[in-house]
Design a protein around this ligand. Structure first.
Ligand code: BEZ
Ligand code: FE
Length: 305
């Protein structure tokens, strides 16, 4: 290691103006909120350290600028390229973990969270319990699955009445309905509200692995990093209930390809599930039992989340 390498590595001594970064941080004005001041100072410090440590050249920096500009230009209400870039760099998963980790003192824990991803839609149809989220208008591909379970308070084990299970997943072609003009509006989406016993059940499809959109800047980054764009088969959920902290999560098919190397780093062990062959129901080839455990706002506050 040369003396120059050592100087760059420790991040303090380098051959650039030693006062520059602090001067940029100090330019923040007195009306900035404490949180904005903290985030800006840290971001500036890390960005400058990154540039110095890597001796970032002007053309490399400009490539980064162009990538961000392209991401912005490509984004609209159906596509969020900035979020995709964060996802392939693991940032959404990390922020999810930071935001929702509940340092529980109970033996049992609430259902783990996972990233929302860019394909959630508000106002999915409210459906009757036991309904099917596969639109009647679409040809009958995919393995029909009966999913069912109970939503409980993770601490007391009591069923939660009025919990809304909002579910969405892709069609067998790997596309969400808003990405695919051939799918009816709100296909493979639905909201189900639990009754007194906290149970829910509906028909869906056994999901398939699919690529995140890779025809834009995120795809370019994946290619440069020699990485694939695939996600393992999963179903998304947003759970809400009066008095309870919402849960954004996904469950993953244990048998799916890419379960070990999700392009967006969202898989957690406790969210891996088994689809089992289902005999005796002409409407479903597979059964998928899964229970959700929620934390009350009180519990969540106690544990600082
Ligand atoms: C998704 O699972 O819907 C998703 C998550 C991150 C990036 C792209 C898609
Ligand atoms: Fe997804």
């Amino acid at each position: 290691m040369t003396s120059k390498d050592t100087a760059v590595e420790d991040g303090k001594q380098h051959r650039y103006d030693p006062n520059f970064t602090q001067a940029v941080i100090n330019a923040t004005g007195p009306k900035a909120t404490p949180r904005v001041r903290q985030l800006a100072a840290s971001l500036i410090q890390h960005l400058h350290d990154f540039a110095r440590e890597n001796e970032l050249a002007v053309d490399e920096w400009m490539q980064g600028v162009e990538l961000m500009n392209a991401a912005g230009q490509m984004s609209n209400d159906k596509r969020n390229e900035g979020q995709l870039l964060c996802d392939i760099l693991g940032l959404e998963s990390l922020v999810d973990e930071i935001t929702y980790r509940l340092a529980s003192d109970a033996t049992d824990e609430p259902t783990a969270t996972a990233i929302l991803g860019p394909f959630y839609r508000h106002n999915a149809p409210q459906r009757d319990m036991g309904a099917c989220i596969v639109s009647d208008e679409i040809n009958k591909q995919g393995d029909r699955t009966w999913m069912h379970g109970i939503v409980t308070d993770f601490r007391t084990g009591e069923p939660i009445e009025g919990a809304v299970v909002d579910v969405w997943h892709t069609a067998p072609n790997g596309l969400y309905e808003q990405q695919d003009p051939d799918q009816p509006e709100m296909n493979l989406r639905g909201r189900f509200t639990t009754g007194k016993d906290g149970t829910y059940n509906f028909y869906c499809l056994r999901p398939v692995p699919y690529p995140i959109p890779y025809d834009g800047p995120a795809g370019k980054v994946l290619k440069a990093l020699d990485r694939h764009p695939m996600r393992p088969a999963h179903i998304h959920f947003l759970l809400t209930a009066p008095g309870y902290k919402p849960i954004v999560t996904q469950i993953f098919d244990r048998k799916s390809k890419y379960i070990e190397n999700d392009a967006v780093f969202a898989v957690k062990d406790s969210l891996i599930v088994d689809f089992t062959p289902f005999k005796g129901d002409p409407n479903a080839e597979f059964e998928l039992p899964y229970d959700f455990k929620m934390a009350s706002f009180e519990d969540a506050k106690k544990h600082g989340v």
